[in-house]
Design a protein around this ligand. Sequence first.
Ligand code: FAD
Length: 679
Amino acid sequence: METRMSQEEKAKRYVIVGGVAGGATAAARLRRLDQEAQIVLFERGEHISFANCGLPYYVGDEIKESERLLLMTPELFCERFAVDVRTKSAVTHIDTAKCIVHVETAGQESYDEPYDALLLSPGAKPLRPPIPGIDSPRILALRSVPDAEALRRLTDLHAETGRAVVVGGGFIGVEMAENLRGRGLAVTLVEAAPHVLAPFDTDMAKIAEKEMNENGIGLVLGDGVKAFKETAQGVLVRLASGREVAADFVVLAIGVSPDTGFLQASGIALGERGHILVNERMETSVPDVYAVGDAVMTIERSAKKAGALPLAGSANRQGRIAADNMAGGRRVYDGFVGTSILKVFGLTAAAVGKNERTLEREGLRYGEDYRVVKLHPLAHVGYYPGAQTMTLKLLYRVRGSVGKVLGAQIVGAGGVKARIDVLSTAIAMGADVDFLTSLELSYAPPFGAAKDPVNMAGYMAENELAGLVRFLSAERLKAAREAGVRVLDVRTAIELQSAPAASDVQIPLDELRGRVGELDHAVRWAVLCKVGQRAYNAVRILMQAGYEAEVIAGGYTSLSMESFTASPEAAAPRGSEEGQADLCGKGAGQAEAAEELDLTGLSCPGPLMKLQKAMERIAPGDVLLARASDPGFYADSAAWAQSAGHKMLSRRKENGLVVVKIEKAGAEEFGTDDASEDG
Ligand code: FAD
């Protein structure tokens, strides 16, 4: 008995505040490291270890039962890890001198709990600024399972017929907009910044915005909420511009702030915005008190600058490191590079490291200090069915002939995650662009290419550093033209017809060697093709003929996005008369196809040329169905069909492919002629 007592006395007492990502990870790790310890976990809510990241998909009914979000119950956690889990128990203050936390339960009890070591993982709470009318019960945020259940009840009530406004175009806002649209609501997303998804640059965010528009989401950008007003029907959202958007309910997703109000008088050092300040061992300013997750300020890895990253991966990693250190280890958290990913309807958008905005804020100049390569590769080789395209933007720092990888953004229909993870690893290692060219990445036709998009980005940067090519970003073309740069378009006639672009001279690449003398030697040439690859070959011809020339990065595909402006108009609710009319209109797409054409994996100008040939083969009035992986085919095919006099019956995006049905011109004329002859 005596021996047992002394063992219990010696056993360490760990107290953990917050029972989800960081807290639950740390509790389980502590138990694995120390079977004797007493571990008490306090959680204010009723659930622990739930899947916050799955909440939007539960509202959208992609995840059917809320139980699937509960990765662990308190009972199972207690059984498996012998952790004393106390839910509905909020820690309201901490006495760090006496090493006790004060707890208040939902049942109004309150008591003190002592600790030898304390871990704080209280997370972050949704921002709710004092905007007039914000306290309406129809304005909801999303953090917990009960929040998701409340939002799901409202969504069920208004599914197919209602209208929702999502305020905030960050990850949660975009995911919520998609999920609400999936339930048939009319959805408008309002964002005060000029574009959605802050980790991305404008040019890349536009691709996501276009996808959202094409799927019916209205996007009101650069306009903040001034007030909410409850009406008999719902809520009226008043914007700074004077625009008003009516909704049955509103999702508030304008960001989060650390949930650290209970630490104000604790003596634990907090940052300006309430983040808990920690060192690389996840220790706070007070001995034996550790903190992790959304509530802490850590460091951005490459610049070694203070920063916060409210994402699940870092909370989990930090929880593990803190637990090791609490149990006597000496583990270090190296900081974050900021890797994120999300689904935007048929696309995946992912980013890591710095974007152009951040670099310019830090005083780095485009062209001089940092450079950008942009490409539109296929996720796997074009000849294997189902190849989908992506847009990859790589940012690198120039120091002489060395280029250090600083950031990357990828938006595409497939293969995005694998590439961003490789680039994230490269940035975490502090790699140079030539490292990307040296990477041996897995390849077989269904999965990739012998020159992986990551290798390709490296080759392009390496070529630029070696002076073999120079890239001009499409966003900077207008200014360059004003400064005297002239545009040479090396696309083919059929491409120029379907996708015209302002240029000074047009010479198809395959004729350029013979016609290079037609170009003025005294000016600088910016060369345009569909994605940049033919322009690179053209620039090599020009440079070796003594011209100054550069590639318009990403070609027409990137340039055409420049003129895209998000539409604020939301598609009607799916079950409304208008929504039904939209669906009926699409009935034209049900016409039977005389021929099906697989254009996936073809690079420009292949898809249009094959389309033209196929149309020549079929009879007037027959329908051709074509599938292409090039996202530009959506616009190109319509423009070409119109210019050739054919009728576009339907156009849609399906699993990252563009699927079009075109009726060959001439049937009606034939019919009329026949009739008149017969008559
Ligand atoms: P949390 O997981 O938020 O846990 C903190 C817990 O502490 C809460 O349950 C809270 O009730 C409790 N608590 C707070 N104060 C007290 C107190 N005083 N006493 C007792 N208990 C307290 N990240 C990604 O990487 N990818 C995603 O796709 C993604 N999607 C998300 C979607 C949504 C809707 C949300 C809300 C978040 C998403 N995140 C995502 C972010 C991710 O969930 C967080 O980064 C992660 O959960 C942070 O872990 P944490 O332990 O710091 O905080």
